[in-house]
Design a protein around this ligand. Structure first.
Ligand code: HEM
Length: 191
């Protein structure tokens, strides 16, 4: 049974990482409402949200199944408090840090209407830190961390996020600033 949980735990971790990569790419592409050539922005935002939710479902499966794996020796506290584990505490702790960041983003997304857009956006920035931390956790903690096929998946993830960052930075320097209309003589914004 433990072998089955271990296999499901590893596979769900990999699927979760791929989905978080896709979610990060979509988040970078739609950052601050900039248009995407040929794609409706609201559609991309909806896909971004649903992919993130699916990634979180696989993350819960990853953690829940590895809790039942006798080799990983995880305790419930290791899921939320980093660096306490008995098996590779540093690399596993990075997974916990990534998990806590995902949790913070989910909670602030649910409370967005109460806490306001500024607080939501502030916390949402941390999700960009979550992705490289999760990648390091996968390499350091995973049985497959150095297998050829896993390195190929990681390389594809890195290229995808790297390309999105480069594309975003290049459009930032080229796109004209959006000017806020000002009421004549008042010096105040019309909006
Ligand atoms: C965003 C958060 C996380 C992501 C994306 C993630 C993803 C991954 C991936 C891709 C692997 C490698 C699987 C393999 O080598 O086949 C892995 C391994 C592992 N993860 Fe996570 N993980 C996350 C959080 C966590 C948390 C919170 C824990 C538990 C506290 C955890 C525990 C483990 C363990 C014990 C392994 C080693 C499994 C093994 O190969 O024996 N992970 N994780």
């Amino acid at each position: 049974m433990s072998e089955v949980l271990w296999a499901i735990g590893r596979m769900s971790g990999i699927v979760s990482l791929i989905l978080f990569t896709l979610s990060t790419v979509l988040g970078i592409l739609t950052h601050r409402g900039r248009p995407l050539p040929g794609l409706p922005r609201f559609g991309v935002v909806i896909v971004h949200r649903n992919v993130s939710l699916l990634a979180s479902v696989f993350l819960v499966l990853h953690v829940a199944t590895l809790l039942g794996d006798s080799y990983a020796k995880l305790n419930l506290v290791d899921v939320v408090v980093p660096f306490l584990g008995s098996f590779q505490p540093f690399w596993q702790g990075l997974g916990t840090v990534a998990f806590d960041l995902v949790l913070a983003v989910i909670i602030t997304s649910l409370l967005r209407h109460r806490i306001g857009d500024r607080a939501f956006r502030f916390v949402h920035w941390f999700v960009y830190a979550m992705w490289p931390i999760a990648v390091l956790h996968s390499i350091g903690n995973g049985t497959d961390g150095t297998s050829g096929w896993f390195v190929l998946i990681l390389a594809a993830c890195l290229i995808a996020v790297g390309s999105a960052v480069i594309w975003r930075l290049s459009t930032r320097s080229r796109s004209p600033r959006v000017m806020t209309p000002v009421a004549p003589g008042s010096g105040r914004s019309i909006r």
